[in-house]
Design a binder for this molecule. Structure first.
Ligand SMILES: *Cc1c(COP(=O)(O)O)cnc(C)c1O
Length: 344
């Protein structure tokens, strides 16, 4: 991928340098780093090229989410999935509780419910696949229904990544990423991105970054840009690992249910024996890592309901799996061994 690289000229480096500056000499288009900065712009060009729009990056995925919520008019209705990312779901409920927005909760995979809920809405907030229930929405149909109702459509594309799905090409207005996850890919940075098909909307979102003060550092932009260069390889290997291990988990005596949409690097399992057995599984792995987050080179697992704010729609014994790039045989042997301990 060439996007976000310096010009192809003698003496130019192949990679965009880290430019650690808050202020720039007056008179140009770059003056203050909360507005824009060279390393930030390079990353935005690369993410924009991947998602087919104009990208704006933020200090975290939640900062990006708040920038969009800020654009909802006072009293405007937001339609959101029942088990959206926890932070997003909690924040939307907070805004509804103080009367800032109206909130309608739907199941992301119930198209009829989404269509009904869009009537009179300002914003349809979609996540597909959802975290951690891995429900898949009919994105083109949901987007069309929202546009018929004059609502803006946001798709949180953190799980699928632009390697597997590009919602702007399906008509969505804004794509959200927790760059912290697969885009960064190495569990070493926090960042968010919004990508809009309309440059005017992208500019409004960039002004939200300026006013909310949610600018990422030059160093983190550099790390994210470096991570992006291997995004395709990491998603392909993580997806291959997920597909081979999910196939072997079906029918495993220690697993009640496997949730996997057929694509991507995320799966969830419901462990036989309830929350206690699920916790024992997480405590027993050695190749896998017991930690929150996802999308890194290392395979991670956690029981989601250990978080007090996680939706009660998520079963107590659900363990979310994020597939990294290790050997599939090593991952399987470790998971199978730990599941047998959990079931004993
Ligand atoms: C992690 C995550 C977020 C929030 O991103 P942060 O970078 O942690 O602030 C939003 N949506 C999804 C789907 C996520 O997994």
């Amino acid at each position: 991928m060439q996007a976000g690289r310096p010009p192809v000229e003698p003496n130019q480096p192949l990679n965009t340098p880290i430019v650690p500056a808050s202020a720039f000499h007056a008179g140009g288009s770059t003056e203050y780093a909360r507005e824009t900065a060279p390393t930030t712009e390079a990353l935005e060009q690369a993410i924009g090229a991947l998602e087919h729009g104009v990208a704006v990056v933020y200090s975290s995925g939640m900062a990006a989410a708040n920038a969009v919520m800020d654009l909802v008019p006072s009293g405007g209705v937001v339609v959101a999935p029942s088990a959206a990312y926890t932070g997003v779901a909690v924040r939307l409920r907070e805004l509804a509780a103080i009367g800032r927005i109206g909130l309608r909760i739907v199941e992301a995979d119930d198209l009829a419910a989404v269509i009904t809920a869009c009537d009179g809405a300002s914003l349809l907030w979609l996540e597909s696949p959802t975290n951690p229930l891995l429900q898949v929405a009919d994105l083109p149909a949901c987007i069309e229904a929202a546009h018929d109702a004059d609502a803006l459509v946001l798709v949180d594309n953190t799980f699928a990544t632009p390697v597997l799905q590009t919602p702007l090409t399906m008509g969505a207005d804004v794509v959200l990423h927790s760059v912290t996850k697969a885009m960064g890919g190495h569990s070493d940075l926090l960042m968010g991105a919004l990508v809009a098909s309309d440059p005017d909307l992208a500019e409004q979102l960039r002004i939200r970054r300026v006013l909310l003060g949610a600018a990422p550092s030059a160093f983190d932009c550099y790390l994210a840009l470096r991570g992006l260069r291997t995004l395709v390889l990491r998603v392909e290997k993580g997806q291959a690992n997920a597909q081979s291990i999910v196939a072997r988990l079906e029918g495993h005596p220690a697993v009640d249910l496997v949730r996997y949409p057929g694509f991507g690097t995320m799966a969830s399992i419901e462990v036989a024996g309830g929350a206690v057995a699920a916790d024992l599984l997480c405590a027993s792995v050695r190749v896998w890592t017991y930690a929150t987050s996802l999308g890194g080179v290392e395979s991670l697992m956690e029981r989601r309901r250990r978080w007090p704010l996680e939706s009660t729609r998520v079963p107590e014994n659900l363990v979310r799996l994020s597939f990294g790039i290790e050997s599939a045989a090593d991952l399987w042997n470790d998971l199978d061994r730990a599941l047998r301990i959990a079931a004993s």
